[in-house]
Design a protein around this ligand. Structure first.
Ligand code: HEC
Length: 181
């Protein structure tokens, strides 16, 4: 065996070792062992809608809830409710699912369903679900009620929340007067 052949063998061995290292690296990247940010069983969390920049957008207060509600469209709200329907029913006497039934929720007490096991955070907050409260909760549930079990990122758009609240109002709460300035 001359030195040229030895070099070839050494080269082949080295190349092989490098290939193994590379494959290992690629496998590590492909099968990332890091935990997902949200648990995989959560249904539509609306996470894609979470604001990227956050603060800057939140500073702009936009139109008041009275103005938004006056322009709100319950039919649009019914469409948006598809995001909620995985966890909530809305018909009168409807079953509690992952979340409680939402018939007549507007104007009702927080945590009103005796047969639903609410988080203590929600129960302790108390009060009623008026327009302001629903609007704040649906913007970012975990900000409004720290410790809520509702795994939903929130609805970023003012108009979407107003439409949704207008839809909830049609479900047994149409006697609740619309908010005024
Ligand atoms: C992943 C499941 C899930 C989704 C999606 C979800 N919710 Fe909930 N929701 C819950 C749970 C669980 C609770 C109980 C929260 C607690 O006890 O802290 C809750 C509570 C509520 C309450 C309070 C009810 C009461 O009786 O006090 C309202 C109002 C509500 N959700 C509205 C909505 C709306 C509107 C949407 C859609 C934009 C939505 N939720 C999406 C699970 C969900």
């Amino acid at each position: 065996m001359n030195s040229f052949e030895l070099n070839k063998i050494a080269g082949a061995v080295l190349g092989g070792a490098l290939a193994v290292v590379a494959i290992n690296e690629i496998a590590n990247i492909a099968v990332s062992p890091t935990m997902p940010e949200t648990p995989s069983y959560v249904i539509d969390t609306g996470a894609a809608e979470a604001p990227a920049g956050g603060a800057a957008e939140e500073k702009d207060a936009g139109p008041s809830l009275a103005v938004l509600m006056a322009a709100a469209d319950p039919a649009e709200g019914e469409k948006i409710f598809k995001k909620c329907a995985a966890c909530h029913t809305v018909e009168e006497g409807g079953a509690n699912k992952i979340g409680p039934n939402l018939y007549k929720v507007l104007g009702n007490n927080k945590g009103a369903h005796a047969d639903f096991s609410y988080s203590s955070a929600l129960v302790e907050m108390g009060g009623t679900w008026g327009y302001e409260e629903l609007n704040a909760f649906l913007t970012k549930p975990k900000d409004y009620i720290k410790g809520t079990k509702m795994s939903f990122a929130g609805l970023k758009k003012d108009g979407d929340r107003a439409d949704l609240i207008a839809y909830l109002r049609t479900l047994g709460s149409s006697d609740i007067p619309l908010p005024t300035e």
